[in-house]
Design a protein around this ligand. Structure first.
Ligand SMILES: [Zn+2]
Length: 697
């Protein structure tokens, strides 16, 4: 449960995939009875290049154009990226092999546990046979609700048995202003569509989606046994409640400001804010240790929720909870529910053509539930000590570059430079996997009870999180499973985290020249480090506390520079106009942290490459395969981001994803870095080598 920990990731959470191997192998022949391994991915791909394009006009088109043309989106994907998706698919396949073997013949109690979890998910015959039976206890509780003022009891009871208990989030995390303390907090929630805009923006496109959503909710109720008339009434009530909740939610962009999500209340004052919902009943049900104060991240949401509890009839609330119970389990219910869920959430909302195959769904689900169990074997098999040593060296090279960069920043005063260097020196590096594995002994797994396993895992994970309350912070904990293809910076820990899953080709390849590795994993490391100094991370000091360490004049200069980046990216198009649907522009404020990190990462990895080449007696102008080291660096960087994406997914991401799409991660970054224009011999004033550009770090 990472409710308040708004960590800065390298790419959206939806692409978190599991598994991995350190060396690329040739694919084996597909076997009809088992999933086929995806092909190996080249770290540097001359065939991806569109040689008809001009790198100085549109570098993304040049570096990726031919790949984009020849790699259509597979039917079960909505975004297909050359590096992330292909590596993710490969890793997931390798993890599937591990889980499949553990399900058939486990060699240890741990393998039995995750093997059974996986096997229960794969047993679709049993899923059909059980129908809605596993949800009956929750549905009965909901049906027995007689008074909306007893919602706290209902939510508490649902949470106790691990059933979905929507409306808001509750968990423990570090205090933003004292990172040595772990405190309780509540967070807004309660909606099903991807963003509040889907409920409240007035446009033809969203009107259409809302209509289709209500029809989908209606059909789910009918599948659960309700008459069409009753189902339609219920769906209307769900839409009314969710729309009211969406209106009360703080927007994603406003949540980027840490002060907007930090409001310490005493429990008594919080209760006064919401007299119609008895939080003490809920806190008791989830068995959290007593506490006196908590962070009410978004007070306006909780005020509005209270008004809604007083206003909506009890039958509307019953419909709302009934919907969330069905919706949360839809992919693990009989096929009719699975298909109905896919038609709306997969096809209509994201443009996905075919459902995700069961083996992929179950592999990812097992990794999410038991990641530090499945990761143990994976690390043993696939993450050699030499890989960690190489990463330590690379990280040290990047730290030095960022330090040099800070020293030479033209806009920053010496006092603030000193503070920035202190913060940089305090960043902790976590590479590969945790030193101490999480203990899963208390999680009971039953090979014949898929939904029971999911519910028990929900309780297990919540207990694990709530147990942190009041305890000292464990700096060794990880927020990602070892086989994951992603990375993150955590402002409260002030640490950068690189799971073993991303430390392999095409990001990190022992067999390729340093220019390509610095363009790949080097930029990833620089990206995560720069997050400590982006619009959000820069508000925290080296100890992970929300505290201003820049002088007022430096903060002003910093904001002028981040505004330049935000305005620039707001001009980029995420999806072109289509029919009477207007073009969708990027939200430069929502993506500011990621764009700042991309720009900083590209600059400091380049500086680290120069140092490395100099130490080896080489120069940036040496050529391999017709390209200089500088050109290979920029091509290696750009080819990480080659992608195809459905129009629906691109529009959804523009509202919800703090990362820019591949094209702008590439072009936005290179056009802000003059070394790119020089490397490709561009003329000053060409699009990728503009006369004036934006720079923060
Ligand atoms: Zn990031």
């Amino acid at each position: 449960m990472k409710l308040f920990r708004l960590r800065s990731l390298l790419l959206p959470g939806g692409l978190l995939l599991a598994g991995g191997i350190a060396t690329a192998q040739a694919p084996t022949a597909p076997d009809a009875n088992k999933p086929a391994p995806p092909p190996a991915i080249r770290s540097f791909d001359l065939a991806a290049i569109d040689t008809t394009a001009d790198p100085c006009t549109d570098f993304y088109q040049y570096a990726c154009g031919n790949w984009v043309k020849t790699n259509p989106i597979p039917g079960d994907q909505v975004r297909w990226a050359r590096s992330f998706s292909m590596l993710g698919e490969r890793n997931r396949y390798l993890l599937w092999e591990e889980l499949d073997a553990a399900a058939k013949s486990p060699a240890s109690p741990l393998q039995k546990q995750f093997g059974d979890y996986f096997a229960a998910c794969m047993n679709t015959g049993l899923v059909e046979q059980k129908g809605l039976t596993p949800l009956e206890p929750a549905l009965k509780r909901i049906d027995a609700l007689t008074d909306a003022r007893k919602l706290a009891t209902l939510i508490g009871d649902l949470a106790t048995e691990g059933s979905p208990a929507p409306l808001f989030g509750f968990g423990v995390s570090q205090d933003d202003k004292d990172s040595t303390k772990q405190i309780a907090g509540v967070f807004q929630g309660g909606t099903s569509l991807p963003d509040r805009d889907y409920y409240i923006v007035d446009s033809k496109r969203f009107d259409g989606i809302r209509k289709q959503y209500v029809e989908h909710v209606t059909r789910m109720f009918v599948l659960a046994g309700d008459t069409p008339e009753k189902a339609a009434r219920e769906a209307a009530a769900v839409m009314e409640i969710e729309t009211a909740l969406a209106r009360a939610q703080t927007s994603r962009t406003d949540l980027r400001e840490p002060e907007n999500r930090y409001h310490i209340y005493t429990v008594a004052d919080f209760q006064k804010l919401t007299p119609d919902f008895d939080y003490s009943v809920y806190f008791k049900a989830v068995k959290v240790r007593p506490f006196e104060t908590l962070n009410v991240a978004t007070p306006n949401f909780f005020k509005a929720l209270n008004e809604l509890i007083a206003k909506e009839p009890v039958d509307a609330w019953k419909s709302y909870f009934r919907w969330h119970t069905l919706h949360a389990s839809a992919t693990n219910l009989p096929k009719a529910f699975f298909d109905e869920n896919f038609e709306f959430f997969g096809k209509t909302l994201a443009g996905q053509k075919e459902p995700t195959p069961r083996w992929k769904q179950c592999t990812s689900m097992t990794d999410r539930a038991l990641g530090e169990a499945v990761g143990q074997d994976w690390v043993k098999n696939n993450f050699p000590p030499a890989a960690k040593q190489s990463m330590d060296k690379l990280v040290a090279a990047l730290e030095k570059s960022l330090g040099d960069d800070i020293k030479t920043l033209p806009w920053m005063t010496d006092a603030t430079k000193k503070a920035a260097e202190d913060k940089l020196a305090m960043i902790r590096n976590k590479i590969g996997y945790p030193e101490k594995w999480r203990d899963y002994t208390a999680l009971k797994v039953d090979r014949n009870d898929l939904i029971g396993n999911i519910h028990r895992d929900a309780v297990f994970s919540r207990n694990w999180n709530l147990d942190h309350l009041g305890k000292p912070v464990d700096e060794k904990e990880w927020g990602m499973t070892p086989p994951t293809v992603n990375a993150y910076y955590d402002p409260s820990f002030n640490d950068i985290n690189f799971p073993a899953g991303i430390l392999q080709p095409p990001f990190f390849d022992f067999k390729i020249d340093p220019a390509v590795n610095f363009g790949g994993i080097g930029v990833v490391i620089g990206h995560e480090m720069t997050h400590g100094f982006d619009d959000e991370g820069s508000k925290y000091d080296g100890n992970g506390n929300l505290r201003e360490w820049q002088t007022p004049e430096d903060r002003k200069a910093f904001t002028e520079r981040t505004t330049c980046v935000a305005d620039e990216y707001s001009g980029f198009e995420a999806a072109p106009a289509k029919g009477d649907t207007p073009a969708q522009k990027l939200n430069g404020k929502l993506t500011l942290g990621e764009n700042t990190a991309d720009n900083g990462g590209l600059r400091i990895a380049y500086m680290a490459l120069l140092d490395t080449l100099a130490a080896e007696g080489k120069t940036i102008n040496d050529k391999i395969d017709g390209y200089t080291e500088a050109q290979r660096y920029f091509l290696g960087f750009a080819q990480v981001w080659c992608q195809n994406q459905t129009e629906q997914s691109a529009r959804q991401a523009a509202l919800t994803d703090p990362h820019s799409p591949g094209r702008w991660r590439v072009n936005g970054s290179v056009q802000n870095f003059d070394e790119f224009g020089k490397a490709f011999g561009c003329a000053k004033g060409q699009p990728m080598y503009p006369v004036s550009s934006c720079r923060v770090w």
